[in-house]
Design a binder for this molecule. Structure first.
Ligand SMILES: [Zn+2]
Length: 165
């Protein structure tokens, strides 16, 4: 069986930073991640190229079984991951999770090009009644970007999971 999900682990004291690279499908194997003595467990999701429904199931099983002494922090969640969080309400397995940063789709009219912009949690006003997309400008031409999705839907994970609290 080919291994489609590569897991790179960097441990620093009681902090473990893990990069997931490739495809999260039903064959993804998280068993190599050792959480003994880990207090802060951080996952970088920027390099996930695919996540499918069996991948969601095995991910949810993994996260549900996380020991309680681990505080889970997600970084650079790709739009794929955010879409799964929005579509599938059990994506975080009822764990308390913080999202430090995530990507959101924007569009530059003058370049006629779509681009994913990294949004840091400080850029969101989580007290907004309806979540608004933060202002962003094009890295190529400097023009203001338009948000290229439905903000009330795309940012709904923030309130649903309380990930910025
Ligand atoms: Zn542009």
């Amino acid at each position: 069986m080919s291994k489609l999900l590569e897991i790179i682990q960097n441990s620093d004291g009681d902090r473990l930073l893990v990069h997931f690279i490739g495809e999260m499908d039903g064959n993804a194997d998280y068993s190599e991640i050792s959480l003994v003595g880990v207090k802060y467990f951080e996952i970088d999701f920027s390099r996930i190229s695919l996540i499918n429904s069996t991948g969601v199931q095995s991910w949810v099983k993994f996260i549900t079984d996380l020991p309680d002494h681990c505080e889970l922090v997600l970084r650079k969640c790709s739009a794929r991951i955010i879409n799964q969080m929005n579509q599938f309400s059990g994506f975080l397995g009822n764990k308390k999770v913080r999202v430090e940063s995530f990507f959101a789709p924007y569009y530059c009219e003058s370049c006629d090009k779509g681009m994913d912009v990294l949004i840091k949690k400080e850029m969101m006003n989580k007290n907004d009644e309806v979540m608004q997309a933060p202002q962003s400008s094009c890295t190529q031409c400097g023009a203001d970007l338009e948000f290229d999705s439905v903000a009330s839907r795309y940012f709904s994970f923030i309130k649903r999971y309380g990930v910025l609290d």
